[in-house]
Design a protein around this ligand. Structure first.
Ligand code: ITT
Length: 193
């Protein structure tokens, strides 16, 4: 069964395909040749996930979902939060975002942070929301080359390596997105018939 993921981020689509039941084939906006960059104008992660999922649901009428993730850093009053993708001003420039984050944290002792993912699913024309979080610490320099975004500077609680040093399977087991998508996968398994 095809399920549209309202994203152009192929990294995320690969992560998610591994998490949902095999019966579901994840199709991205790029696969559908939909080039629109859906404006994420919401003030919260849930509002942005809803904007993206509703855009596709209204345009195509398909079962579809979108997610939004933010990194919330305690000492920065929850920043970058909903602005995580464009923290340094340039959309999705991971290098610049990490540099700005490390600069802003350079004088702070508290380096606690968490990733939060919110998913909005349109399933048979009804809307459902799923959430997951991952707590950890921001380190002082980048380590590792796997993953994307802030992974090279985030060490999850209970580990002494960054998310960028983990293989994808391990990241999916513990991550904010993994936990939120596990909830969605359980829902889909229960409701697919
Ligand atoms: P969309 O096209 O789906 O909007 P995106 O790249 O903007 O893709 P998100 O909205 O989910 O991705 O996440 C916002 C930013 O948060 C993203 O650009 C990364 O900088 C960061 N981020 C999200 N998930 C992450 C993860 O698992 N590890 C590290 N950083 C992550």
């Amino acid at each position: 069964m095809r399920l549209v993921f309202a994203t152009h981020n192929t990294h995320k689509a690969i992560e998610v395909q591994k998490m949902v039941p095999d019966a579901f084939e994840i199709i991205t906006l790029t696969d559908l040749n939909i080039l629109d960059e859906i404006p994420e104008t919401g003030q919260t992660l849930q509002a942005n996930a809803l904007i993206k999922a509703r855009f596709i649901h209204q345009k195509l009428g398909y079962n579809c979902f979108a997610d939004d993730t933010g990194l919330e850093v305690e000492a920065l009053n929850g920043e970058p939060g909903v602005y995580s993708a464009r923290y340094a001003g340039i959309a999705k420039n991971n290098e610049a975002n990490i540099t700005k984050l490390l600069n802003n944290l350079s004088t702070k002792e508290n380096r606690r942070a968490r990733f939060v993912t919110c998913i909005c699913l349109f399933w048979l024309d009804e809307m459902f929301v799923f959430e997951g979080e991952l707590k950890g610490t921001i380190i002082h320099e980048k380590i590792g080359t796997n993953g994307f975004g802030y992974d090279p500077v985030f060490v999850p609680d209970g580990y002494d390596i960054t998310l960028a040093q983990m293989d994808l399977m391990t990241k999916n087991l513990i991550s904010h997105r993994g936990k939120a998508f596990k909830k969605m996968a359980e829902f889909l398994l229960e409701n697919k018939g």
